[in-house]
Design a protein around this ligand. Sequence first.
Ligand code: NDP
Length: 291
Amino acid sequence: MGDLAGKKSLIMNLKDRYAVFGQPIAHSKSPVIHQIFARQTGQSLEYTAQEVPAELFSTAAKIFFSQGGKGLNCTVPLKELAWAFADHKTGRAQLSKAANTLSVQADGSILGDNTDGCGLVRDLIINQAVTLKGTRILILGAGGASRGILAPLLEQSPQSIVIANRTVYKAISLADEFQGKGSITGCGFNDLSHSQFDLILNATSASLSDRLPPLEAGLLAENGICYDLAYGDTPTPFVRWGWENHAFKSLDGLGMLVEQAAEAFFIWRGVRPETRPVIELLNLERRKNQD
Ligand code: NDP
């Protein structure tokens, strides 16, 4: 009996270890998502959530990897620090200047990647059947998330992308960085009058404090789509704004969350999990919590 327990604990210790670091982290759905992916694909791994403040990130990451950790996800407020921590960066991480996925390479070095933009585009195109080619896209916000989604969106050849931000110069300078990759401009919320968009993406963090960026009615074209990168147990103010403005679909970022996790899982394990059942399960749990 003691022998069996010993063997079991040895097997547990042999599991590849992954974690998500962030602050706050208690609300994170990443451990559940990765455990479902692991079951679904027959992979044996451990994935935990660890509260790590920005000032301790580098030390915590070094300890994690020196103790044999295979990969880390990093969330708010650590993505820029994770990018700086990585020895090498993928092209998409380099463009976004933020990393949400770190992996140990064969030579022990750390590769930084950013799967957020790819997660958003996969959710829009594959799960929601949204066409991006030739569309007029408005992105609200010019922070890390906005930076991370720009290149993958531009790759889909939209007609134009406008970035609107509360602090106007940030929107203008972010748009400037991506000049030459497509039609992209930056402005303030007040400069949007008389414009119409087929897709409005809320990449501000306003939803996290239950607020809505200052948006005029009439911004959304007929059959237009609203997508809030934030997600919660109840519809965000921006999702509700979409409904009030007759959006064809008004979605939140739960699908993006699962898709960016699936891309990280693929990077680490070389297997692509099925995302649709996981999104359905999380949506079902959310509906149950609302009842
Ligand atoms: P940042 O802190 O980097 O940027 C925040 C942005 O929001 C800034 O542009 C800021 O404007 C703007 N902002 C904040 N409050 C308001 C407000 N009340 N009204 C108008 N604008 C406001 O955050 P991130 O870019 O990292 O994250 C943005 C959102 O994306 C968050 O809600 C996050 O949860 C979500 N996200 C979701 C993911 C998913 O998988 N679903 C993945 C990544 C992010 P200013 O510059 O003027 O301060």
